[in-house]
Design a protein around this ligand. Structure first.
Ligand code: NIG
Length: 403
């Protein structure tokens, strides 16, 4: 069995019973000078000072930060084609939702994804996972949602599984059958709820269910039916909501017991208060505001209202063409009002809870998966302040140091 000890580190444990909410998001659980020991894929000991015995490989952190590997709470990762020309339209002022209504945006990626083979889709996911691991990401979501008919959705979920099987990153799949309504099938929302969600929950019981509640996508009532179908099928539900308009989707999702409400750029004061008081984790996706229109979710107000906030890259071919969760952390501080420590909690412990992985990763404690990063600096704020680099000095996933 492999063994690894990280010595002389400023350890950020991020431990806590469940998702950190409100003021608790400021606490990163510092051990000023400590160690972390791993055996096989697990962390076995964490403490202050030095361990009694050292065996196996050693990383001497020399006072630098050792923290949990990052967790990406919202990422699409699987698609065919590209949207480079469309981005120029967006930059010229055409709204994202108008492009979607005209059959572009998500729907243009649907056409390209339907035409792609499972191997081609898996190759794209594999490439993105590879890049993510180098950045210190130890777990991520990967959504379907560019098939919008059963065979293509199923091919996406299988491609994700294929790519995940040879990656050191833990991948949580999400069936995003409610991403949009395909023009050739106006009855898709009803079919999704009646037939497809129950069938997919049997075939892919690990996958959460998701929809996009927005003008020109799923209405609040259509999204509610999706969340109810997920609950009836025994799988967790998530919802893209309030990205451009607050239609009441977040409040509805909380009422229906969704695990997360994602985006929230357009949330009203009343919705912010509702999210602050509700159990769902608020997943913020500031890379979209950066790429699209300069609008960002009210992270400060959400945390002050008591919310548990998580962060995602939102990696997708349209609104967030990046796998760089560090950049999302930087933007969350720069534009959503989070402190550096809140952004670190949002991209580790809280993101792990958003994926249903909070008891396995996102924090440093005995029994947790040995997913660690050692930074090149003695102050963790360096990871949030710098954008586009530097990568962590060491990345450890499942107890193995990445070369
Ligand atoms: O989370 N808003 C809906 N879905 C994605 C965008 C997908 C796309 O543009 O292809 C999002 O931003």
């Amino acid at each position: 069995m492999t063994a690894l000890t990280v010595l002389n580190a400023r350890v950020l444990t991020m431990t806590g019973g469940g998702p950190r909410r409100g003021a608790a998001m400021r606490d990163v659980g510092v051990i000023e000078r400590g160690f972390v020991q791993c055996e096989g894929e697990r962390i076995v000991r964490v403490g202050a000072g030095a361990p009694e015995h050292v065996q196996g490989d050693v990383i001497d952190a020399a006072g630098r930060v050792c923290m949990p590997a990052l967790v990406d709470a919202h990422a699409h990762l699987c698609w065919g084609g590209d949207r480079w020309s469309e981005w120029e339209q967006v930059r010229a002022g055409v709204p994202y939702s108008d492009i979607l209504a005209a059959g572009g945006g998500i729907l243009s990626t649907v056409r390209a994804t339907r035409a792609a083979s499972e191997m081609e889709l898996a190759a794209g996911v594999r490439e993105r996972l590879h890049a993510m691991a180098r950045l210190g990401i130890g777990a991520t979501e990967a959504k379907s949602g560019y098939g919008l008919e059963p065979a293509s959705e199923s091919r996406m979920l299988q491609a994700i599984e294929m790519a995940a099987s040879d990656s050191p990153i833990t991948v949580r799949r999400t069936f995003l059958g409610g991403h949009a309504i395909p023009p050739e099938d106006a009855a898709w929302p009803e079919r999704l709820v009646r037939e497809v969600i129950p069938e997919f929950a049997r075939r892919f019981p690990d996958a959460a269910v998701d929809a996009f509640c927005e003008k020109n996508a799923f209405s609040v009532e259509q999204a509610r039916a999706v969340l109810r179908a997920a609950r009836a099928a025994g799988v967790p539900a998530r919802l893209h909501t309030d990205q451009f308009n607050d239609l009441g989707g977040a409040a509805m999702a909380i009422e229906e017991g969704a695990r997360t409400v994602d985006h929230l750029e357009a949330s009203s004061q009343a919705t912010i208060a509702r999210v602050g008081a509700g159990a769902a984790i608020a997943v913020l996706l500031p890379c979209s505001g950066y790429a699209l229109d300069g609008r960002y979710a009210p992270g400060r107000a959400l945390i002050d209202a008591g919310a548990a906030v998580a962060l995602g890259s939102n990696c997708n071919p349209g609104s967030a063409p990046t796998v760089d969760l560090r950049f999302a952390m930087h933007l969350a501080v720069r534009h959503c009002g989070l402190s550096c420590h809140e952004a670190l909690v949002a991209a580790t412990a809280n993101a792990a809870h958003a994926l249903g992985l909070g008891d396995q990763m996102g924090s440093i404690a005995p029994g947790m998966r040995a997913n660690l990063i050692v930074l090149g600096e003695r102050d963790e704020r360096s990871l949030v302040h710098g954008f586009g680099g530097p990568a962590p000095a060491h990345v450890v996933l499942g107890g193995r140091v990445l070369a």
